[in-house]
Write a protein that binds this ligand. Structure first.
Ligand SMILES: *Cc1c(COP(=O)(O)O)cnc(C)c1O
Length: 369
């Protein structure tokens, strides 16, 4: 049972949709598929423009940094992925200011506002919606609203790789939203998508940057349902299949509410057996538990109960574990995971097993408390 917060399992109907012969990307056949997929994607982002790139999520992050920063970037670092935005700026010699916090701590709206007020050079802000390093939810929508009231020209770039497809994101004040194939969208790795505002498109077109990741070129091509370079045809077909499936099976609202419910039931179940939630503001994409016994618990889960969950990275590598809620996770999978954690804690002498985790999970998931 793969319950890591990316990659997530690829459903059978998606694997089947991608199993056919490779079609040429410069054909009316593929253009039709691209058009359908693009329409579904625009709906998912709820934004006026979107591009699909053949790269992992980091490629889309890089494209946003290079195409949307003309002067100076503000990056928010509360974990590995926020740190990455800063490293991309450094790699391209783009000037930046970084707001750094511990990995369990969201950036405050006030800190962002004070930083942009004090530095008029900043013309783009880069932030994760969910920082997957600790399963942390940043107050992105509030930040975007506050920043736009001060200066609507500042680009708000949100990394939504573990947020798009997890919860409804209010994109009203966002200029670019990045996502990737292998997290909430349940596809194999290799595809990245960016939702764009009209303001972002105008800024990109005002000074095209780069070559492979030149978003002006991509926007121009993708508006006509083709791509600048060879499209990742198989993955685009998979993307169309998953988005269509979601739409035909209760829609995004159902997906979001199911995910939120499962995430909540998991948190409640684990707190009930004495686990400590790591982030101050947990995202629904994953549940992150802080414990020095994380490696031992993960090992028992994997060897004895057939559950694969993730650990941490860098300085919290061995002090957290993370359980995925993204995608089409079955309720019985999540319920088995919390049950297995209680069994593992019993084996490690951390508590006596009495089925509390499973009971609390079921109560929250199915009985409404
Ligand atoms: C997984 C992830 C990424 C991108 O990683 P890739 O390995 O390049 O696909 C970026 N941001 C967040 C928040 C992620 O979870």
């Amino acid at each position: 049972m793969l319950l890591t917060p990316g990659p997530t399992p690829v459903p059978e109907f998606v694997r089947k949709a991608m199993a056919d012969v490779t079609i040429h990307h410069r054909t009316p056949e593929f253009e039709k598929i691209f058009e359908e997929t693009r329409t579904l994607l625009l709906e998912l982002f709820d934004m006026p423009e979107a591009v699909i790139l053949a790269s992992s999520g980091t490629g889309a992050m890089e494209a946003c940094v290079t195409n949307l920063t003309h002067k100076k970037a503000l990056t928010v670092n509360s974990g590995k992925f926020g740190e990455r935005f800063g490293k991309i700026c450094d790699a391209f010699g783009i000037e930046k200011t970084e707001l750094k916090n511990e990995w369990n701590t969201p950036v405050s709206v006030e800190d962002v506002v004070n930083t942009i007020k004090a530095d008029q050079e900043i013309d783009a802000i880069f932030i994760q919606i969910c920082e997957s390093a600790g399963g942390l939810r940043h107050p992105v929508e509030e930040i975007a609203k506050a920043v736009k009231e001060i200066n609507p020209e500042i680009m708000i770039v949100a990394d939504g790789i573990t947020a798009i497809g997890v919860e409804k994101i209010d994109t009203t004040n966002l200029d670019a939203v990045v996502t990737g194939s292998q997290k909430a969208l349940m596809l194999p790795p290799g595809l990245a998508m960016i939702g764009l505002s009209n303001k972002a498109v105008a800024k990109i077109e005002s000074a095209p940057k780069g070559y492979y990741f030149n978003l002006a070129t991509e926007i121009k091509k993708q508006k006509t349902n083709t791509t600048a370079w060879t499209a990742a045809t198989t993955l685009v077909i998979g993307l169309g299949a998953i988005l269509k499936h979601i739409k035909e099976n209760g829609g995004y609202e159902k997906l979001y509410s199911d995910t939120a419910k499962r995430a909540n039931a998991t948190r409640e179940a684990l707190v009930a057996i004495g686990c400590k939630i790591y982030p101050q503001t947990p995202a629904d994409a994953m549940t992150t538990i802080f414990t020095e016994d994380a490696p031992a618990i993960r090992k028992i889960l994997k060897t004895k109960y057939n559950v694969n969950i993730a650990g941490g990275q860098d300085h919290i590598k061995t002090s957290i574990y993370r359980i995925n809620h993204m995608g089409l996770v079955e309720d019985f999978e999540a319920s088995w995971a919390v049950n297995a954690i209680e069994l593992a804690m019993d084996e490690l002498g951390l508590r006596t097993f009495d089925g509390t985790a499973n009971k609390v999970f079921a109560q929250n998931m199915f009985k409404g408390n």
